[in-house]
Design a protein around this ligand. Structure first.
Ligand code: ACO
Length: 432
C-alpha cells in the first residue's frame, strides 16, 4: 500500500506521543493506519461490529451512504441495472473493467459450460429432509463442492482460482433451483445452455418434464436486475466472513459456504424473507400505525424489516431500481392491486414522514421490494435469501480473489477486551 498522504494523527498516552499516519483512498473517508499501534503503545482499539474500522483495502465497490450512491468498479449501479446484464456485471466485478464484445462472449461461454452439477451431487441433495430450509441445503451442497472439484482447490494458483470462480458462478443457480425443486417434490430440471443466465434459472425452477416454463422477457429482465443489484456490497457481514475464512487459506468452495451461512441471518440477507412475512402479518393498511409504534418502542424488539442500513443514511439506491421493477412485474402479471404491495407502499409513505425514521435516517433498503417481485414470480419466501446468495456469489469471489492477490495479506485475527475471571485454582468436584 502506497501512502502519499502527509497527514498524521497525534496520539498522546501518559505524556508519550505517537504519530499515526493517515491514508487516503480514491474517495470516501480517510483512515488512520493503526497497524503499529499495539507495538508502539501496548494498546488495542475497541470497535465491536466494525462501525469505524476499515478491515482491508479494496477497489471493487464503493458506497456513499449519505448520498445513497453505489458503484461497482466505478460504475453507477442504477446505470448498470438498466444498461447491462448480470454476466457482464460479473465480468466487471471479477476483472475490473467492462468486457469487450469477444471477452463477454468468451466469459459467457465459459460460465455456460459449467452449469451442470456433478451427477453424484444429486444424491447429496437427497440426504436432506424435504422440509429443510433451502439455505441449509445450499450451504451444505456449496461446502460439498470442495469434495467434487479437486482440480480447482489450490488457492495459490491464479488459474485454479479462476476455474473455481467460474464454476461457482455457473453452478449456484443450479444448486439453488435444485434446493427449490427438492422442497416441492418435483424432479430436478437440468440447465438449458441455450438460455441466458436469468432465464435458465427460472427454467430450472419452474419447468417440469410435463410442461415447459414459458419465459417472459419482463420477468427475465426483472430476475437479471435482482441479480445485478445484489451482486456486491463492499465489506458487508457475509463478504467479511468470506475474507476471514479465506485468510486462513481455506479452499474457495468452503469460503463461499461460510458467506452463505452468514447471509442467512435476518439482520442481513434473511431480511427479504422477514420483510415479506412482516408485510403479510400487518395484512392491511389500517394496522400499519400499530406496527410503526411497535418499531419505535424501545421495550419491543420488533423492527421494521426492510428499513435501515448500517451504511446508507439515505435511500438505498438499489431499492429505487427495485421499486420500478416491482411495478413492471406486477403490472405485467395484473396483480398491481395486490394487498401486500398496497401495505408496502403505504408503510413506506408513513415511515418516510415519521419523525423517528427521519431522525434515525431509516430508509427502505433493497429487501423492501425484492420480496414482492419474487413472490409475484412464484417463489416462496424461503427462496428469497437463496436467490440473494446466488447473486452475491460473484461479489464474494471477487473479494476473495482480491484478498489472495494482495502481497500484504494476513490471516484475520482480531483481538479482544477480556472481561472474564482472573486465574483461578482448580477445585476437585467433591469439594465444590
Ligand atoms: N426499525 C426500527 N428501528 C430501527 C430499525 C428498524 N428497521 N433499524 C434501526 N433502528 C433504530 C435502532 O433501534 C437504533 O435506535 P437507537 O439509536 O434509539 O438505539 C437506531 O435505529 C440505529 O440502529 P442500529 O441497530 O444501531 O443500526 P445498525 O447500523 O447496527 O443496523 C440494520 C443496521 C441491522 C440493517 C438495522 O437497521 C435493522 O435491523 N434493519 C432491519 C433488518 C433489515 O432490513 N436488514 C437488511 C439490511 S440490508 C441487507 O443486508 C441486504
Amino acid at each position: 500500500m502506497q501512502n502519499n498522504n502527509k497527514k498524521k494523527v497525534l496520539l498522546e498516552i501518559n505524556n508519550n506521543k505517537f504519530d499515526l499516519p493517515i491514508i487516503s483512498g480514491s474517495t470516501g473517508p480517510e483512515v488512520i493506519d493503526i497497524r503499529t499501534l499495539y507495538k508502539i503503545s501496548n494498546l488495542f482499539t475497541f470497535d465491536p461490529g466494525f462501525t469505524s474500522t476499515a478491515s482491508c483495502e479494496s477497489s471493487i465497490t464503493f458506497i456513499d451512504g449519505d448520498k445513497g450512491k453505489l458503484l461497482y468498479r466505478g460504475f453507477d449501479i442504477a446505470e448498470l441495472a438498466i444498461k447491462s446484464n448480470f454476466l457482464e456485471v460479473c465480468y466487471l466485478l471479477l476483472y475490473g473493467n467492462l468486457p469487450k464484445k469477444d471477452q463477454l462472449f468468451d466469459f459467457t461461454q465459459r460460465v455456460t459450460r459449467h452449469t451442470m452439477l456433478h451427477e453424484q451431487m444429486i444424491y447429496f441433495f437427497r440426504g436432506f429432509r424435504r422440509d429443510a430450509h433451502p439455505m441449509a441445503i445450499i450451504c451444505g451442497v456449496q461446502g460439498a463442492m470442495s469434495s467434487f472439484y479437486h482440480d480447482s482447490l489450490d488457492i495459490n494458483d491464479p488459474w485454479q482460482r479462476e476455474v473455481a470462480s467460474i464454476r461457482m458462478i455457473a453452478k449456484l443457480p443450479t444448486i439453488v433451483a435444485y434446493a427449490y425443486k427438492y422442497s416441492t417434490g418435483q424432479p430436478f430440471v437440468y440447465p438449458n445452455n441455450s438460455l441466458d443466465y436469468a432465464e435458465n434459472f427460472l427454467h430450472m425452477c419452474f419447468s417440469v418434464p410435463a410442461e415447459k416454463y414459458k419465459s417472459n422477457p419482463v420477468l427475465n429482465k426483472a430476475m437479471d436486475r435482482i441479480f445485478i443489484l445484489h451482486a456486491d456490497h463492499e465489506q458487508n457481514a457475509s463478504t467479511s466472513t468470506v475474507r476471514l475464512a479465506g485468510s486462513s487459506g481455506a479452499n474457495p468452495f468452503a469460503c463461499i459456504a461460510a458467506g452463505i451461512a452468514c447471509l442467512w441471518g435476518p439482520a442481513h440477507g434473511g431480511a427479504n424473507e422477514a420483510c415479506l412475512d412482516m408485510l403479510k402479518e400487518i395484512g392491511s393498511i389500517d394496522r400499519i400505525p400499530e406496527f410503526i409504534s411497535r418499531a419505535k418502542d424501545k421495550n419491543d424488539p420488533f423492527r421494521l424489516m426492510g428499513f435501515g442500513h448500517r451504511v446508507y443514511k439515505n435511500f438505498d439506491p438499489r431499492a429505487k431500481v427495485m421499486k420500478e421493477s416491482a411495478d413492471e412485474v406486477l403490472n405485467l402479471l395484473g396483480i398491481n392491486n395486490n394487498k401486500t404491495l398496497q401495505v408496502a407502499k403505504e408503510l413506506e409513505k408513513i415511515a418516510l414522514e415519521d419523525d423517528y425514521f427521519i431522525e434515525k435516517k431509516l430508509y427502505p433498503n433493497v429487501d423492501f421490494y425484492s420480496g414482492i417481485i419474487l413472490e409475484a414470480m412464484g417463489f416462496p419466501t424461503s427462496m428469497f435469501t437463496p436467490i440473494f446468495a446466488l447473486a452475491r456469489t460473484v461479489g464474494w469471489i471477487s473479494h476473495w480473489i482480491e484478498m489472495h492477490s494482495d502481497p500484504e495479506k494476513k490471516i484475520g485475527r482480531p483481538r479482544q477486551l477480556y472481561t472474564g475471571s482472573l486465574e483461578k485454582k482448580f477445585i476437585n468436584i467433591k469439594d465444590r
